[in-house]
Design a binder for this molecule. Structure first.
Ligand code: UN1
Length: 512
């Protein structure tokens, strides 16, 4: 179907209604949402104000006081039902993600799959919230640790993964015994409404089965930045998980630290790959193409810097340029499209600014121009840009949230490792090599300084089973798999004396 023949406002209306969202939640309000696919308005949402945000936190706090005493595996049952509801809703929610964010169909569905995967993970986790038993120095004593929930967890999410990142946080937070309050991006509140309706269905089934799920367990706040600020400043919110720009993190981090609250920050990335002389170039080409052009360069894990060894530069870079020139840009709902639109005009302006700076610094730009799509004059489609750079300039060191791949030639492995780490961000990284020494060095303490370091796959598209997050200006937070759950709980160390005397630690004597 051509773009001009699509009726996205109508389709969004039907999808939201079918998913169980009441019409008055997305019509007649003040928050205007446009699809990046054609720039047309697809929703007008009533907004919450600061008082409503405070009331939501109070409700969540009351819900927490009940939820914390529900046994963890029973809390897992709610998340299991949510996973089931997501499976049933996957085609519709995936489609809505594609319409609201502009992702290609497969990536919209992939985002929902990521939610389902993390639900499955959290269900297993609900029986594995282990503490240690520790040897004590005193006779007839036992020392152990117990993990308790924190309270109300604030979740601030970004437009580019509008629902999966919320799911990483809330599936874990809920099995850990917390309540959550969610402030999604103003650019993507419709998928949030839909997700909320799907969650409500799981809650209704859970309660019908005799489960305890207090009202107010997971409120959703629709509106602007001031609502996120309420979460960040509120004394009853002991943890805020925030995904977005480093600029946002710079504001949020110190405020949370100022009141001794915890932060999980997922901020900017400037992810690189190193292509070494022994790399399998066919595999590298595919890995680079997906990581750099996928999601129109709008993942925090998008590949942005490519270091290519001089000996393979001419074998790889011209082929890559060809791929950049031929990749299909356009309506992301159409089969065959690999690159959809940028989220808005602001993203387009930032991309053009970075390309202009690169040209001025001696870069050679392939692509990057705006692509006109019939019926979408108000949308921002671009051909992904591959830019051959003479050096890692200030522009390259900055994250520009658009499909720009900076390509830099290298000769010396140690020098390229230094260059790789010489940016302020530290999210994800890759090496393409078949050389054991290079691979192990890249993964070692002398190698990548990022939270994610991959071999022979690109830096994006992580599975949920691993801990996700990065170092330096990326913020240091870890979400999703491995033991990331510990950030959503507090640890109590317990020492138990089951004897009849009172030996003191460190041999201290205190006789009264
Ligand atoms: C993000 O861009 O904010 O690893 C998250 C990935 C996805 C998540 C990206 N699983 O690319």
């Amino acid at each position: 179907m051509t773009l001009a023949a699509l009726d996205l406002p109508h389709e969004v209306h039907s999808l939201l209604t079918a998913l169980g969202v009441a019409e008055d939640r997305f019509t007649g309000g003040t928050l205007v949402v446009r699809s990046p696919i054609d720039g047309r308005e697809i929703g007008r949402l009533p907004e919450d104000d600061v008082d409503a945000a405070k009331a939501a936190i109070a409700r969540a706090q009351a819900a927490f006081l009940v939820w914390r005493s529900v046994p963890a595996p029973k809390r897992g049952e709610l998340v299991r039902l949510f996973g089931e509801e997501l499976r049933a809703a996957k085609p519709m929610l995936g489609r809505l993600v594609s319409i609201e964010v502009g992702k290609i169909v497969s990536e919209g569905l992939g985002e929902v799959q990521e939610m389902i995967d993390v639900c499955d993970f959290a269900v297993g986790l609900s029986r594995q919230l282990y503490g240690l038993t520790i040897a004590t120095e005193r006779p007839d004593h036992r020392m152990m640790e117990t993990w308790h929930p924190l309270g109300v967890v604030g979740i601030i999410s970004a437009f580019n993964f509008p629902v999966a990142v919320w799911a990483w946080n809330s599936a874990l937070a809920l099995v850990c015994g917390n309540a959550t309050v969610w402030k999604p991006s103003e650019k993507t509140p419709l998928t949030a409404l839909a997700t909320r309706a799907i969650f409500d269905k799981a809650v209704a089934r859970y309660v019908a089965d005799g489960g305890t799920a207090p009202a107010g367990l997971a409120p959703l706040l629709i509106g602007g930045r001031e609502l996120g600020e309420v979460l960040v400043d509120h004394p009853k919110v002991p943890l805020v998980s925030a995904t977005g720009s480093t600029a946002m993190g710079r504001k949020v981090g110190p405020k949370l630290a100022g009141r001794f609250a915890r932060a999980i920050l997922e901020l900017g990335g400037n992810n690189a790959a190193i292509v070494t002389p022994s790399a399998d170039l066919d595999l590298t080409l595919r890995g680079v193409a997906f990581a750099a052009m996928g999601t129109a360069g709008q993942r925090c894990t998008t590949l942005r810097r490519l270091f290519v060894h001089a000996s393979v530069y001419d074998a790889l870079v011209p082929r890559l340029k060809k791929a950049y020139g031929s990749v299909r840009v356009g309506n992301p709902l159409e089969t065959g499209t690999l690159v959809g639109p940028l989220i808005d005009g602001g993203a387009h302006a930032a991309m053009q600014k970075a390309l202009d700076e690169a040209r001025a610094a001696g870069g050679t730009v392939t692509g990057g121009e705006r692509v006109a799509i019939d019926g979408a004059a108000e949308a921002f489609y671009v051909r992904p840009a591959l830019v051959e750079m003479p050096a890692q300039t200030a522009t390259v060191e900055r994250e520009t949230f658009a499909p720009i791949l900076w390509v830099i030639k290298y000769d010396d492995f140690d020098a390229v490792l230094e260059l790789h780490n010489a940016v302020p961000q530290g999210l994800s990284s890759s090496i393409f090599t078949n050389d054991l020494r290079e691979m192990e060095t890249f993964l070692s303490v002398r190698g990548s300084d990022c939270g994610i370091a991959n071999v022979n796959i690109g830096p994006s598209g992580a599975e949920i089973g691993g801990a996700f997050g990065g170092e330096k200006e990326t913020g240091g937070g870890r979400e999703s798999g491995s033991d990331a759950w510990k950030a959503y709980m507090r640890r109590a160390t317990n020492t138990i004396n089951y004897g009849r005397s009172l030996p003191l630690a460190q041999g201290v004597v205190f006789e009264v």
